[in-house]
Structures are given as C-alpha cells and as structure tokens.
Design a protein around this ligand. Structure first.
Ligand code: MRU
Length: 353
C-alpha cells in the first residue's frame, strides 16, 4: 500500500543487515551484523538508531549470542544470552524499546530452554524475525491512524528522524505522511536539521525526498520563526520513551518545538508504538537522558567548530510535558488528551479508547 520505503533492518542469506546511517545521505551502505559486539557498537554509534529500530536490532542479540556457542541444549546456551543482553543494555539508556525488546526475548525464550541447542538457536532467530515483522505491521497501523489527521496541502514540521530509518520500514511520525501521500494527498514537510548529529537534514530529508515528498530543511533555531512568519499546520515527532503520566522523551529540541507550537496554536502530535510507553516510569523527570560525547558538538563530522577550552553539555534527548502534546498516536489509536488516566486505559484496554 505504501511506496518502497528503505528497509533499515533486513535478514537475508542467513545474516542480519542494517543500513549504516552514519554514512547517509552521501553513501547508502548495508553492513552485516555478525556478533553481539558489532551490534553493540552499531547501536552505540547510531549506525542503527531510532527507538523501534534499536529494539528490533537488539532482538537479534540473543540469536547472535547463541548461534556459535557450544552446548547440548537451551540451558547450556542461556548464560551466553544473558551476558549478551547485559552488554546490550549498556549501549544507550533512553529508548525504552531496547529494554522492552531484550526483556520480551528473555521471557519468551525462557520456556524453550529444554529444547536441543539447534532448536533453541532456531527459536531465538524466529522470535527476532517475528519482532521485525511486527514492527512493520505496527508502523503501518500508526500510519493509517495518523493519516486521518492530515489534509491535502498541509505543511508539516518534524524533528530528528522518526521515519523508515528509525524503524524496520515505514516509520512512526512519517508513516502518516507516507500513507496519505500514497492516497494522492500532497504535503510540504519542514525537517529541522537536528543538531548535533543532523538526523533531520541527513536522514529525514533523504528518505522523504527519495519518496517524492517535497521537503525543506531548516536549522533548529529557525523553527519558532517559521511558525510565526510562514505556515505550519501541524508538528509531528516520534518518541524514545513515554512515561506513565504521558511525558515524552524525544530528541533534544522537541520540548522547545512543543513550546513554540503551543504559543502559535499549532497542534503537536507524537507518534509511537505501544512498546515505547513505559508504565514503570511514572514521570518524565524519571527518564534517564543520554549524554553523549562533547566532541559531537566541538568537532561535528570532523570539523573543529567549538572552542576547545569551553565546557560542552550534550544531552541527546529532552522531555516534553504531556500537557503540551495534542495527542499520542499509537497502533491502537489516538490518546487525547494525553495524561496518566487516558494512557493507562489505552495500554490496558486499547479497545475502549
Ligand atoms: O539519537 P537517535 O537518532 O536514536 O534519536 C531518535 C529520536 O529521537 C526519534 O525521534 C525517536 O527515537 C523516535 S523514532 C521512531
């Protein structure tokens, strides 16, 4: 139903392949992930990034850890799996999909430990492939639901990359745009460049223009002025973690956008799968925010632009209070208004919302 979005994570010829996003937009190159160490490094260095994509990639960690390990049965292989999961948990702290995926794999494989080693390995791979297919399905559903909010001719502003490259395929925030475009609606998308790693200008603008969707890149600092002096009908972003009270952690700069959108009366939507909702974290202030290397700001892409003596503070994410979000779009529907009660109901009894 949608045009051929890039496949960010692929299992082909018995191997796991990811698009190396650090090379985009100049080079499209897939790398083979053949060990837990390579997977850890790929997540840590943002070769694979975006909360859902991180979760799916991590789901292959169990299979990578046991596929060459010696043992008679699942019990013998289990310690390898646990060690791999412990290592992967240290890769990035904010996107809850990483922890969700590892926990799900552990729970599901626990009861398979009686299997022979060969069958246990096959079960680990099947489970990862099931999660890969599920992510595609869920993103398509988010796209369908989100598309009901879009009208022909809209100008839509987005931040970071919550598109195909942040998931297995269609994306979360960009999925509604892909669905509605496939039905003939036309949009202008404004992509914040997203300092310091430029996921907006390098990745979002790349995948949207590749899909034939007109896209304008602006620097992050221009967003509020663009809202005031030009037309922005709607803001839509993804999420790395939604706390139980509806507060949303997403790429640094999202909070500022939400404040500016509120000041200008522009609706602010967040699109994310239910797997990004973390009911165990009560409040946005409890979400661990990743701080990354000062060199991402001092020496971005190898260019010395920051005074070497200056201190650098480089949080990768911020938290937007639920009260600034018009609605959360998940595969189950819209959560509007977004608060602890509506979110709890959405997660526990999706059909009643
Ligand atoms: O540091 P990144 O590039 O992994 O940050 C990604 C984001 O902030 C995305 O908006 C979020 O993960 C949602 S992806 C569907």
């Amino acid at each position: 139903m949608m045009t051929a979005q890039v496949r960010t994570i692929e299992f082909r010829d018995g191997q796991l392949w990811i698009v190396d996003q650090t090379l985009l937009p100049s080079t499209y190159h897939q790398i083979c992930i053949d060990s837990v160490e390579t997977l850890w490094e790929a997540i840590r260095s943002l070769r694979v990034r975006g909360a859902p994509a991180i979760g799916v990639a991590a789901a292959f960690g169990a299979w990578l850890s046991v596929r060459q390990a010696e043992g008679e049965d699942g019990h013998d292989l289990w310690p390898y799996l646990l060690a791999a999961h412990d290592q992967l948990r240290t890769s990035r702290p904010t996107a809850v999909n990483l922890f969700w995926a590892l926990e799900r794999v552990e729970k599901r494989l626990q009861s398979s430990r009686e299997l022979s080693a060969t069958d246990f390995r096959a079960r680990a791979l099947d489970l990862a492939l099931e999660m890969l297919r599920e992510d595609e399905r869920v993103c398509e559903q988010i796209g369908e639901i989100g598309a009901t909010l879009l009208r022909d001719g809209m100008t839509i502003l987005t931040h970071c990359n919550a598109g195909a490259l942040a998931t297995v395929r269609f994306g979360t925030a960009l999925a509604p745009i892909y669905v509605a475009s496939a039905r003939g609606l036309r949009f202008n998308v404004i992509a914040d460049e997203t300092r310091p790693l430029l996921q907006g200008s390098r990745l979002t603008a790349w995948e949207l223009t590749r899909a034939g969707i007109p896209t304008t890149i602006i620097c992050d600092g221009a967003a509020a002025a663009v809202m005031r002096t030009r037309r922005v009908d709607l803001v839509i972003v993804g999420a790395d973690r939604v706390a139980a009270n509806g507060d949303v952690a997403n790429k640094i700069g999202t909070y500022g956008l939400a404040l500016a959108a509120r000041a200008h009366g522009i609706p602010m939507y967040v699109a994310a799968p239910v797997s990004t909702i973390d009911m165990a974290t009560g409040h946005g202030n409890d979400i661990v925010i990743e701080e990354r290397s000062p060199d991402e700001i001092r020496v971005p892409f190898g260019l010395h632009v920051g005074a070497p003596e200056a201190e650098v503070y480089n949080p990768a994410f911020d938290v937007t209070p639920a009260s600034l979000i018009t609605a959360l779009i998940t595969e189950h529907g819209l959560v509007q208004p977004l608060n602890e009660q509506t979110l709890r109901q959405h997660v526990l009894e999706p059909s009643s919302v």
